[in-house]
Design a protein around this ligand. Structure first.
Ligand SMILES: [Zn+2]
Length: 501
């Protein structure tokens, strides 16, 4: 249905409209047990083996809040510069859905644990402050699987089955305030925010933040307003976008779709939408409920939370080095520009470069190989850099071989290729492929004589003063030595022989 919708080209859409974003991110906490019962939380167990009367909401069962989850939520709030509530409550959010056995979700409503924070992200060399409205704690739902249809959605399925292992796992929801003023960078800002949030969660050790397993999921709100307007447009909410690239594509796609509708005199329906990985498009979900549709009320089975101030202060004092602080420190250590640092960050290369430096490589060399040859190969393979079958220690060894003069850059690329192809360590590849710079001057001179004899025209030109023609001769030497000659030394020797040095 919606696939037939027209889109406005992105540049045109941005000329006419200004996007406003909102991001709601759900993070599954990595606690050992669920939010309100003692069931384990491990991913991938057989369906419905990690359930009990509490998370199935059998009559007479009573929830007890998980202290570790509350602590993790407060640490997240502190890392996001939020105020921590002195007193707050859980609330019941009432709605029916088969993956929710209670027919309500224990969440937080008007009394969240953390409020009014921010997270800074860097896009295109500029720092953008994303304001955080709230961070609250709730429980996850179970998981429905629709069987028999083509799309995995309920539409067209023969039947559906439900797994409650996930029901009741502690879930933190992080909600931004509306993000305006990002203009054409809106998709990149959204991606940078989720990237930064993911790194923050990792640094805090509160979640494994695996987007592909759903432990970090993002709902992307987008609205447009005509340039110069003062009132925000109607927003749509694209649900459960589960990769960083998809976050960026979902924002871009919604901007293009909404712009076409608005330009045609239509109006945007407030609704949830589904993102399709294959097409990068969104399709209509359900019309969006308002808060009052959920009939929130304070959860009567749980005590209020009143975090002790001294405890909160001690949690704050014990926060680890945050990712942005770590990046600033590494940037100073490595002596690289803001943009170089940003591109390493975007390529997820910072940990790899850091580990390569720790293994003994100079920072400039570590960066050069990861962001050059290896990034190119990762790109070709359609893989993240970290998934290339090469270790930072192996890259460090290659830089060492280059520094010692045993390899030149061209040979080093062949060594990397060999390591990636599973031929062993850099030293194994050098030995097996016979990749060593020709250091034997006699051998090099013999190659040069042969090349000069075969290229008499070029040699004459050099003799008559056209030194630029020596390039072709050096090229001939490199070719004849299969890349193993030292090009600079070959050039010196060629000029010497032709009497122009
Ligand atoms: Zn349970």
């Amino acid at each position: 249905m919606a696939d037939t919708e027209t889109l406005m080209p992105y540049d045109e859409a941005l000329e006419r409209f200004e996007p406003v974003l909102g991001l709601e991110t759900h993070v599954e906490l990595g606690t050992a047990s669920k939010m309100f019962c003692g069931c384990p939380t491990e991913f991938g167990a057989p369906p419905n083996t990690q359930v009990c009367p509490v998370c199935l909401a059998l009559p007479g069962s009573l929830p007890v809040a998980n202290a570790d989850a509350i602590e993790s939520t407060i640490r997240i709030g502190l890392a996001l510069n939020c105020s921590i509530a002195e007193w707050c409550r859980f609330a019941r959010k009432n709605y029916f859905y088969p993956d929710m056995p209670k027919n309500y979700q224990i969440s937080q409503y008007d009394e969240p644990l953390c409020t009014d924070g921010y997270l800074d992200v860097v896009v295109d060399g500029k720092t953008v402050r994303i304001e955080i409205e709230r961070v609250h704690l709730e429980e996850d739902t179970g998981k429905s699987t629709h069987v028999g249809g083509a799309t995995g959605r309920i539409h067209g399925a023969d039947y559906s089955i439900v797994d409650y292992n996930r029901a009741g796992i502690p879930l933190v929801e992080i909600v931004t305030k509306p993000i305006a003023g990002t203009d054409r960078l809106a998709p990149e800002v959204a991606r940078a925010y989720v990237t930064e949030l993911r790194e923050l969660m990792r640094a805090l050790g509160v979640s494994d933040v695996r987007m592909e397993e759903g432990s970090l999921r993002c709902d992307v709100n987008v609205s447009l307003m005509p340039r110069g307007a003062s009132e925000w447009g109607t927003r749509t909410e694209t649900k459960n976008v589960n990769s960083l690239r998809s976050v960026e594509r979902a924002v871009r796609g919604e901007i293009e779709r909404q712009a076409a509708i608005l330009a045609d005199g239509g109006r945007i329906v407030q609704e949830t939408r589904h993102f399709h990985e294959d097409t990068g498009r969104t399709t209509s979900g359900r019309s969006k409920e308002e808060a009052q549709d959920y009939r929130y009320f304070p959860e009567p089975d749980l005590l209020p939370i009143a975090p002790d101030r001294e405890w909160v202060a001690s949690l704050k004092a014990a926060l680890p080095e945050l990712p942005s602080v770590r990046r600033s420190r590494l940037q100073a250590d490595w002596g690289v520009s803001d943009l170089d640092m940003e591109s390493m960050h975007n390529a997820d290369a910072i940990d790899l470069v850091e580990a390569t430096v720790a293994a003994g490589a100079p920072a400039a060399d570590a960066r050069k190989w990861w962001m050059g040859e290896l990034a190119r190969r990762a790109n070709e393979a359609g893989k993240p850099l970290a998934e290339l079958p090469i270790t930072p220690a192996e890259v460090a060894r290659v830089t060492e071989l280059v520094a010692s003069g045993a390899l030149n850059d061209k040979l080093a690329r062949q060594v990397l290729e060999g390591v990636l192809a599973g031929e062993g360590s850099p030293d194994d590849v050098v030995a097996k492929r016979g990749l060593q710079v020709v250091n034997d001057e006699g051998e090099l001179l013999a190659i040069i004589d042969k090349v000069l004899a075969e290229n008499a025209d070029a040699a004459d030109k050099v003799r008559s003063g056209k030194v630029a023609a020596a390039g072709a001769l050096v090229g001939g030497v490199m070719k004849a030595s299969r890349g193993k000659a030292d090009a600079a030394r070959a050039r010196e020797l060629i000029l010497e022989k032709l009497g122009v040095s």
